[in-house]
Ligand binder design. Structure first.
Ligand code: SAM
Length: 329
């Protein structure tokens, strides 16, 4: 039976974190110190879990982390997932979100293994700002090379995600518009959410959708493109049709009503919402010898608890029990 929550939403999109290690320390995500405890399952366990989810109606699988390209066996994992078929008998829509640092050497093998799409996180097109945000001095050239290699390999579309932070990179909006037009990539601006390890989030740091649109319009008039309902990004191009910009605005324009997502953390916990206050321990059941049918039953019971929406910015908002790097974005 297909996964459907008690708010009537079908769950078709699974994000699987295959490690919570990361080689970047982005200021809006990680703490400057490495005090974290990391935890991963064997790749074979993720494979089994994804197979069970696909039997319940999952159609899109996004591999994430931590930094997923750090995980040994990621190419083989993609190859195995590419053999799965949806309930309609179609191949999965298989994607990876990566910081791009190791992508130049992996884009072609990943494409050959069956990956369809890639999203690269890149928060500045100015190398100095990039280093300041990622707290890594030699990353920019690698990421640029990774984006170009992904395009050459035929991963399509290549999306570039940029989290905007006031005081760090709001002056990069127009630069990214140029980047989209010159590099042939979809650039998506994401509003900063309270999911960081260091507790630095505040509404004044968020660069909201209206401000982003204003900056884009000062460069060239923007034109909105059609959206599918479950799409998180509002899509735009410019008056001449060159370049594509998405704006993902979970803070100023939440899209929970259309949420079709569920997440598996690298240590095998299910998260029904980025902002959940609880995890649901699927790995414990798997390790205790549960059959696929028992795992499927448990997944149904968890989906039944999916929250109606998040409460960012509301009085009484409680920070989630995990930060982004330990959830898998
Ligand atoms: N390491 C990979 C990467 O850099 O894309 C995958 C994991 S990363 C946690 C996934 C995405 O979450 C990235 O695009 C990152 O920019 C975004 N992200 C992390 N913390 C965030 C926050 N507090 N608010 C909004 N987006 C965030």
């Amino acid at each position: 039976m297909r996964l459907r929550d008690k708010h009537g939403r079908f769950i078709t999109d699974l994000r699987v974190s295959i490690t919570d290690r990361c080689n970047y320390r982005c200021v809006y995500c990680r703490t400057g110190n490495d005090g974290a405890i990391y935890s991963e399952l064997p790749i074979a366990d993720y494979q089994r879990i994804v197979r069970v989810f696909v039997q319940l109606g999952i159609e899109k699988v996004r591999i994430t982390g931590g930094e997923p390209l750090l995980r040994k066996g990621v190419v083989e994992f993609v190859r195995e997932l590419s053999k799965l078929r949806t309930l309609e008998g179609e191949p999965l829509d298989l994607a990876i979100t990566t910081n791009g640092h190791l992508l130049a050497g992996l884009a072609q093998p990943l494409k050959e293994a069956g990956l369809r799409r890639v999203t690269v996180s890149m928060d500045a097109v100015d190398p100095v700002k990039f280093a300041k945000i990622t707290r890594v001095s030699n990353g920019f050239d690698n990421v640029l090379a990774g984006i170009r290699a992904a395009r050459r390999a035929g991963l399509d579309p290549v999306k570039v995600n940029c989290v905007l932070l006031r005081g760090f990179n709001e002056d990069q909006i127009v630069e990214f518009a140029r980047f989209s037009r010159e590099e042939g990539v979809v650039v998506r601006f994401i509003e900063f959410m309270p999911l960081e390890e260091d507790r630095v989030w505040s509404p004044v740091v968020v660069v909201a959708m209206d401000e982003i649109l204003e900056a884009l319009n000062s460069f060239r008039p923007v034109r909105q493109l059609a959206n599918s309902l479950s799409e998180t990004a509002r899509r735009y191009t410019f008056d001449d049709g060159l370049g594509e910009i998405g704006i993902i605005a979970p803070v100023s324009h939440p899209f929970c009503g259309h949420c079709s997502r569920i997440r598996l953390t690298s240590d095998g916990k299910i998260r029904t919402c980025l902002f959940s206050l609880f995890d649901h321990d699927l790995a414990a059941r798997l390790n205790a010898g549960a059959s696929d049918t028992e795992l499927a039953g448990y997944i149904h019971s968890v989906v039944d608890k999916k929250e109606a929406r998040h409460h960012i910015g509301e009085p009484g908002f409680e920070k989630p029990s995990r930060s982004m790097v330990h959830i898998g974005g």
